[in-house]
Design a protein around this ligand. Structure first.
Ligand code: FMN
Length: 188
C-alpha cells in the first residue's frame, strides 16, 4: 500500500507544498509508504478535446499510470475564488482520460483520499475542499469524511516545516491514521 502525496500549487514558497510535506512526514512516522509527486514535473496544456484527439499527452499518460499505481492520495488543495485551482482541476481532468495504452488501468475508483487545505485567511480554504470532494467522488474515489484545514498559513509552519499548533498537528495525525486504516482495509 503506497499513497501518492501532492499539492495543487507548485508555487516556490507554496503553503500547500509545506502542508503536503507535513502529511508525508506523518505518513512516514506512522509506517506508511508514500510517493511524493511534484506536479511541476508533469506540465500539461489546459484540457482541450481537440488536443486529446491528437493523442493523450505523454504527461497525462504518465500521471494516469502513477495514480493507478497507488492505493490512495493525500491532496493539499489551495482555494482560488472559492474553488479548486486550475492546475489541480486540469490534472484531475487529464488523468480521467484514456487512450488504448492506458485504458485498462484505473486511476481513481476505490482509491482513498485525504484532503488538506490552508490559506492566509481564517477560513483555511475549506470552500475549495467541498468542490474537490465532489470531483473525486464523481470519479469513484473514496474521500475521507474529515479533512484538515489550517488557517493563517503564514503563521502555521515552523522553519522546519512542522505545523506549530498542537491541535492542527493532532488533526493531521488523526486524519493520516484514518487514511492508512481505510486504505489498508480496502486493500485487504
Ligand atoms: C486567483 C486567486 C484566488 C484566491 N482566492 C482565495 C479564496 O477564495 N479564498 C482563500 O482563502 N484564499 C484565496 N487566495 C489566496 C490563496 O489561498 C493563497 O495565495 C495561498 O497561499 C495559495 O496556496 P499556495 O501558498 O500553496 O500557493 C487566492 C489566491 C489567488 C492567486
Amino acid at each position: 500500500m503506497t499513497l501518492l502525496v501532492f499539492s495543487g500549487s507548485i508555487r516556490r514558497d507554496s503553503f500547500h507544498i509545506k502542508l503536503a510535506r507535513a502529511a508525508a512526514d506523518e505518513l512516514q512516522r506512522q509506517g506508511a509508504a508514500y510517493t511524493w509527486l511534484n506536479l511541476a514535473d508533469y506540465p500539461l496544456p489546459i484540457y482541450d478535446g481537440d488536443l486529446e484527439a491528437q493523442g493523450l499527452p505523454e504527461n497525462a499518460r504518465a500521471l494516469r499510470k502513477l495514480f493507478a499505481a497507488h492505493s490512495g492520495f493525500v491532496i493539499a488543495n489551495p482555494e482560488y475564488n472559492g474553488s479548486i485551482t486550475p492546475l489541480l482541476k486540469n490534472v484531475l481532468d487529464w488523468v480521467s482520460r484514456k487512450d488504448d495504452s492506458v485504458k485498462a488501468i484505473e486511476p481513481y475508483a476505490n482509491k482513498t483520499a485525504l484532503l488538506l487545505s490552508t490559506s492566509p485567511g481564517s477560513l483555511a480554504g475549506q470552500r475549495a475542499l467541498r468542490h474537490t470532494r465532489e470531483i473525486l467522488t464523481s470519479l469513484n474515489a473514496i474521500v475521507l469524511p474529515q479533512h484538515v484545514a489550517v488557517p493563517v498559513a503564514q503563521q502555521a509552519f515552523s522553519p522546519e516545516g512542522e505545523l506549530i499548533d498542537d491541535k492542527q498537528r493532532t488533526a493531521l495525525h488523526v486524519q493520516v491514521a484514518a487514511l492508512i486504516t481505510l486504505t489498508r482495509k480496502l486493500a485487504a
